[in-house]
Design a protein around this ligand. Structure first.
Ligand code: SDX
Length: 422
């Protein structure tokens, strides 16, 4: 295979190097395109554009493969805890016994937030969406931890990483408790990371709270499956905000806002709302399939389709199996699960979806499990963010360690030419 590509333009010939990744992904290195040819590329949504080289996550959209630092998500879901996967993504290897113990203890030590953050929380109305509350509280963490972090200091970076991993579940649970009008819970260092997430979200002040291992196991898998996904919209946001040398917390806060959108992480909430609307409308899935295919109708089958997966999202397969297991173990019969399954069956046999390679994605079944675990719909995207924290940290760190240039895309100007005030 040639290691360069030739372009002829304006009676000149230009040559650009081809680069190849460790999984045979090939790209044209166009870093000198404009200086050599005067041309730029045009690629709305960056569908064909690689923004970086990365060692963190590999996915193959055609074959439905997803690996974190070379480990498959299938293997990690069956053998690892979310904290171990967080360590893997951030530091590149699964922790040994001692590294895990130290990491978990460091997280426990930091699993407390400044009481003054409550006054910021108090200023939100109960009607606030928890993603907006969470983005603000995450940004506010900067005010309570103002020292700018030296990326080259492993000690300072470790501090900031542990702080974010430790405090994010507290802020997430507080966002939930606020909108429910419930008193805020604190982390309990005798519990595991995922056990703490459940007790901080659900423990009522007037009752004991029994940790449910089925809920913890399902949540552990869901957090692992959401932990990273290469250069998706919110991760690209974290990277580009960090490329201006904004801090880790500010960059993650921007990522939370990007994830909130219904075409991205907000889709899990939109899927449940869609399934409930279909159920309310009498459960006629064929009617909604027709709406999804009607170009004049803005309705889309939420939880279906993906920018990269043109086959089954491997995460959706695991979550679909887990949803059956969780509902069965918890003795829950959820009619929207049946609606989801019939939508999936119809779509998988419909030429519109087949031709466009539209399959269920990570968001299609996750909401059904979250609901079975007692998590309210408006908190589904917060659960996605909780999982994505280690991925955002790892990607931000890689971008800063590689000293990548500030992100600043070009444009093709199509506005008015020079004119004077008449
Ligand atoms: C996530 O990128 C990531 O990795 C994200 C994520 C992660 O882990 O970070 O995986 C998480 O965001 C998953 C995706 C969640 N979003 C949804 O479920 C929302 C519904 N899906 C779509 O809006 C859409 O599929 C996107 C946004 C996910 C992808 O859109 P693309 O790649 O820009 O594709 P497109 O919009 O150009 O669609 C191509 C065709 C179009 O039809 P034609 O113009 O070719 O006739 O497919 C159609 C679209 O109309 N289409 C759909 C559809 N998704 C695409 N038609 C009906 N229902 C849908 N859901």
């Amino acid at each position: 295979m040639s290691n360069s590509i030739k372009i002829s333009y304006n009676n000149s010939n230009f040559e650009f190097p081809l680069i190849e990744g460790t999984e045979n992904e090939k790209g044209i290195d166009i870093q000198n395109l404009r200086s050599k040819t005067g041309l730029i590329t045009y690629d709305p949504g960056y569908k064909n554009t690689g923004s970086c080289k990365s060692n963190i996550t590999f996915l193959n959209g055609e074959e439905g493969i997803l690996r974190y630092r070379g480990h498959s998500i299938e293997e990690l879901c069956s053998k690892a805890s979310f904290v171990q996967v967080a360590y893997l993504l951030i530091y590149g290897e699964l922790p040994n016994e001692n590294e895990l113990l130290v990491f978990e203890n460091d997280i426990k030590k930091e699993s407390i937030v400044d009481e003054d953050l409550k006054s910021i929380l108090k200023s939100f109305p109960k009607s606030a969406h928890p993603m907006g509350v969470l983005a603000s509280l995450t940004s506010a963490l900067i005010a309570f931890n103002p020292s700018s972090v030296d990326v080259d200091s492993d000690y300072e970076m470790r501090e900031a990483i542990v702080m974010l991993v430790a405090k994010f579940p507290i802020l997430s649970s507080w966002a939930h408790r606020k909108i429910k009008g419930l008193p805020l819970n604190y982390a309990n260092t005798s519990l595991s990371y995922v056990e703490n997430i459940t007790q901080m979200m659900f423990k009522r002040p007037n009752e004991d709270y029994d940790i449910n291992p089925i809920v913890v196991d399902a949540l552990n898998k869901l957090l692992i499956l959401h932990a990273d996904h290469e250069q998706n919209c919110s991760t690209s946001t974290v990277r580009i905000v960090g490329s201006s040398q904004a801090g880790l917390f500010a960059s993650v806060s921007a990522g939370i806002s990007a994830l909130w959108g219904r075409l991205h992480g907000g889709a899990n909430q939109a899927v449940l709302e869609m399934l409930e609307a279909i159920q309310k409308d009498g459960g006629d899935t064929k009617k909604f399939m027709a709406k999804a295919k009607d170009k004049k109708d803005p309705f889309r089958l939420m939880g279906f389709g993906h920018r990269v997966y043109k086959n089954f999202d491997p995460r959706a397969k695991i979550i679909k199996k887990a949803s059956d297991k969780v509902l069965d173990e918890l003795g829950i019969k959820d009619p929207v699960l049946d609606i989801a399954k019939s939508l999936e069956d119809e779509a998988l046999n419909d030429s519109y979806f087949i031709d466009r390679k539209l399959y269920p994605n990570v968001d299609f079944y996750s909401g059904i499990i979250y609901r079975a675990l007692g998590i309210p719909t408006e908190m589904f995207t917060v659960m996605f963010a909780l999982g994505r924290i280690p991925g955002w940290i790892a990607q931000w760190l890689e971008m800063r360690k590689n000293m990548e240039p500030i992100g600043r895309p070009r444009q093709i100007y199509t506005g008015l030419n020079k004119r004077s005030i008449s």
